[in-house]
Design a binder for this molecule. Structure first.
Ligand code: F6P
Length: 352
């Protein structure tokens, strides 16, 4: 049996731990051979791949990025020609199945390709933690710890200068990173895409703190937006259908707040530092368990399924239940309620 492995979409910490666990588990159970596909589906279309042995995946659990490379470009769904080239390479390489490690875009492609007879097992990947049916994606814990550290660092400089400090996190349409890191670092204000913020409500928190604590720390998710805002910061996220306004909301918020405050306001966009570097121990363990479980699904012939974490247990669900869907922070999420009730401002204003 020969099994392909690919990493698709944006990278995140923990990808190498999955590749390692998939490869070692399959080799352990022999006679499986593992074939690494380079740069995600782009490599499948272009025929770029290599054998992956025990040695090739040793010593990589703590390494950031992906040894296989990844890409947001090159979808077999882009054209009939791309699809037939991808299928042709899978045949040439004699792949019996592919373990696709990626987000909702990767799962959508895997699901569509399965209709052409290619067997897939999915492994969820994203720092955003927004994959439907999956309580925790690896990479998220690492991102939260990087953001937490950044928030704590801006807190001491903000305190020294008596400033309002804004830190922008990634997360796309979901506020999971901002919420968890904001709570972990005791941010005074946490702004999420799920709750449109009221500029005056945020300014009022800053004004109250100007008198007492001198500083305010605001954690804002890139997808957050002001109620009724007309700002124009825009960045198209690869794979997203609509051009959500992302990347730069921290600067917009700074412009909105500065005229309303005596304190100086400073803004920081963390960007890709949240995705790079070594995974936390939690992410290494989760990614290893996901990779091991994916190999088991392959060996059982349980194709068309994505590994997941549900009620704290490693499980699997149909890929089609995941493809193209995102999980956002629900209004009644316990951590949201907790944050509000311990005095964190979530940008909620008095009225609509
Ligand atoms: O989905 C993961 C993510 O890191 C988002 O949080 C972010 O909006 C996006 O990818 C950035 O994508 P790119 O690497 O294409 O700029």
């Amino acid at each position: 049996m020969r099994v392909g492995v690919l990493t698709g979409g944006g990278d995140c910490a923990g990808l190498n731990a999955v590749i390692r666990a998939v490869t070692k588990s399959l080799i352990h159970h022999g006679p499986a051979e593992v074939w690494g596909i380079e740069d995600g589906f782009e490599g499948l279309i272009e025929g770029r791949g290599r054998p992956l042995g025990w040695e090739a995946v040793s010593g990589i659990i703590a390494t950031g990025g992906t040894i296989l490379g990844t890409s947001n470009r090159g979808s077999p769904l882009a054209s009939e020609q791309a699809m037939s080239r991808a299928l042709e390479h899978a045949r040439t390489w004699r792949l019996d199945a592919i373990v696709a490690i990626g987000g909702d875009g990767t799962m959508s492609i895997a699901h569509a390709m399965a209709a052409h007879g290619l067997a897939f097992v999915g492994v969820p990947k994203t720092i955003d933690n927004d994959i439907e049916g999956c309580e925790r994606s690896f990479g998220f814990d690492t991102a939260v710890s990087i953001v937490t550290e950044a928030l704590e660092r801006v807190q001491t400089t903000g305190q020294s200068h008596g400033r309002v400090m804004i830190v922008e996190t990634m997360g796309r349409y979901a506020g999971w990173i901002a919420l968890e890191a904001g709570v972990a670092a005791a941010a005074d204000v946490i702004l999420l895409p799920e709750i449109e913020y009221d500029v005056e409500a945020v300014a009022e928190v800053c004004r109250q703190r100007e008198g007492r604590q001198r500083y305010t720390v605001i954690c804002v998710a890139e997808g957050a937006r002001a109620r009724g805002a007309g700002y124009t910061v825009e960045r198209r996220v690869a794979g997203a259908d609509d051009p959500i306004r992302l990347g730069g909301i921290a600067h917009v918020l700074r412009e909105q707040l500065q005229p309303l405050l005596d304190s100086e306001v400073r803004s920081t966009v963390l960007g890709h530092v949240q995705r790079g570097g070594s995974p936390t121990p939690f992410d290494r363990v989760l990614a290893t368990q996901y990779g091991h479980h994916a190999a088991q699904l392959v060996l059982q012939g349980a194709f068309g399924r994505m590994v997941t974490l549900q009620q704290g247990r490693i499980a699997s669900i149909p890929i089609e239940d995941v493809a193209g869907r995102n999980r956002r922070v629900p209004a009644d999420h316990p951590l949201l309620v907790c944050a509000r009730e311990i005095g964190v401002c979530l940008g909620e204003g008095a009225g609509p």
